[in-house]
Design a protein around this ligand. Structure first.
Ligand SMILES: Cc1cc2nc3c(=O)[nH]c(=O)nc-3n(C[C@H](O)[C@H](O)[C@H](O)COP(=O)(O)OP(=O)(O)OC[C@H]3O[C@@H](n4cnc5c(N)ncnc54)[C@H](O)[C@@H]3O)c2cc1C
Length: 319
């Protein structure tokens, strides 16, 4: 059976959810073979086998921690040589898109990024992308060589499927080419909330929250739903929320199961970053706000009245 390489994002053996989603995507195309690199990579094998990986190719070489991007390209190139896959899938992220592009150049094949779905087709994997601020859906196929595809988080549900998960040491020849070197690391403050781009639920606030303290009701709702907090650029530019939380064209692109926009008008640049969300809910006191054109469920009302009631009700039902 055809094999599909899945590049795994992991930290100290803990696999990030988008990589598990990719194993489910890969199973539509063939047998998933996981490539997992860096410190603690071997510790990820169990969970990868438990989610359908028939083989787990592991390299814990120190190069992965010391250099950015290039060692991962070296590893995937080596894995392609071992497996001869029908496709290489990576979770979409800034770094992984660069890895994918460089790998495609080395393989003489094509790259497709930010897929929202990948399905089997007669001529090879068919990739679905959402383009022009999610105004259009595009179906594409790489016509030459091994397709290299980055897939957005939440494109598929995680599936627990027992597979061999046979662990093999991956021999990587590091090219030694120019690469950015890591000179120091600083731990990021942990909020306890999921990563914005990976979260299944994102609750965002815009200028309508009226100030930094106004994000309190947004955060309370996010916590009740186990979600991440996002912000419009207007809120970020006003200094009410950190830039890392900005959703949109010049912020982060999110694609959660549920997106709740509060006090956000729905400008095209904001929509560009959230329109592929599966279900969109908006709370806005202006019934004419453009955000209501794209919602599945809209509440016309003052967010400071609506959100606390919603949060209380969710917490009440959870208990
Ligand atoms: C090149 C470029 C890139 C950009 N990139 C981004 C980007 O990445 N992300 C982004 O978000 N924007 C981006 N923008 C900015 C974008 O055009 C809008 O200005 C911005 O999204 C507006 O943010 P907002 O909806 O929070 O604010 P506003 O447009 O001011 O809307 C606030 C909304 O809150 C509602 N409201 C007010 N009070 C309440 C209340 N108490 N309860 C309920 N509702 C209330 C109002 O009715 C209104 O609809 C970009 C712009 C440019 C030019």
């Amino acid at each position: 059976m055809a094999q599909v390489l899945v590049f795994v994002d992991q930290v100290d053996g803990v696999v990030r959810k988008p990589s598990l989603e990719l194993l489910a995507v890969a199973r539509r195309l063939g047998e998933p073979v996981a490539v997992v690199v860096g410190a603690g990579a071997g510790g990820a094998a169990g969970v990868l086998g438990g989610h359908g990986a028939v083989r787990v190719l592991v390299s814990e070489a120190s190069e992965f921690a010391e250099l950015l991007v290039v060692p991962k390209v070296d590893a995937l190139e080596a894995a392609v040589g071992v497996v001869s896959p029908v496709a290489v899938l990576l979770p979409s992220s800034g770094e992984n898109k660069e890895v994918a592009a460089r790998l495609a150049v080395r393989l003489g094949s094509g790259v497709l990024v930010d897929a929202v779905d990948v399905v089997a087709g007669e001529g090879g994997p068919v990739v679905v992308q959402s383009v022009f601020a999610a105004g259009f859906s595009v179906r594409s196929r790489v016509s030459r060589g091994v397709p290299v595809v980055t897939v957005k988080p939440n494109a598929a549900a995680v599936e627990e499927v027992a597979a061999a998960g046979a662990v093999e040491e991956l021999a990587v020849v590091f090219g030694g080419g120019p690469a950015a070197r890591v000179v120091s690391r600083e731990a990021r403050a942990v909020s306890g909330r999921p990563e914005l781009t990976e979260a299944a639920v994102v609750v965002s606030g815009g200028r309508g929250v009226g100030g930094a303290e106004g994000f309190g009701v947004v955060e309370a709702l996010a916590d009740a739903l186990g979600g991440a907090v996002g912000a419009s650029r207007a809120a970020v530019d006003a200094g009410w929320y950190p830039h890392a939380g900005q959703v949109g064209q010049t912020g982060k692109s999110v694609s959660p199961q549920l997106y709740v926009a509060n006090g956000i008008s729905g400008a095209i640049q904001h929509r560009a970053g959230m329109q592929t969300s599966k279900t969109i809910v908006a709370v806005n006191k202006d019934a004419e706000a453009p955000i209501f054109d794209l919602v599945d469920f809209g509440v016309v009302g003052d967010l400071f009245k609506v959100l606390p009631q919603l949060t209380d009700e969710i917490n009440h039902r959870k208990n």
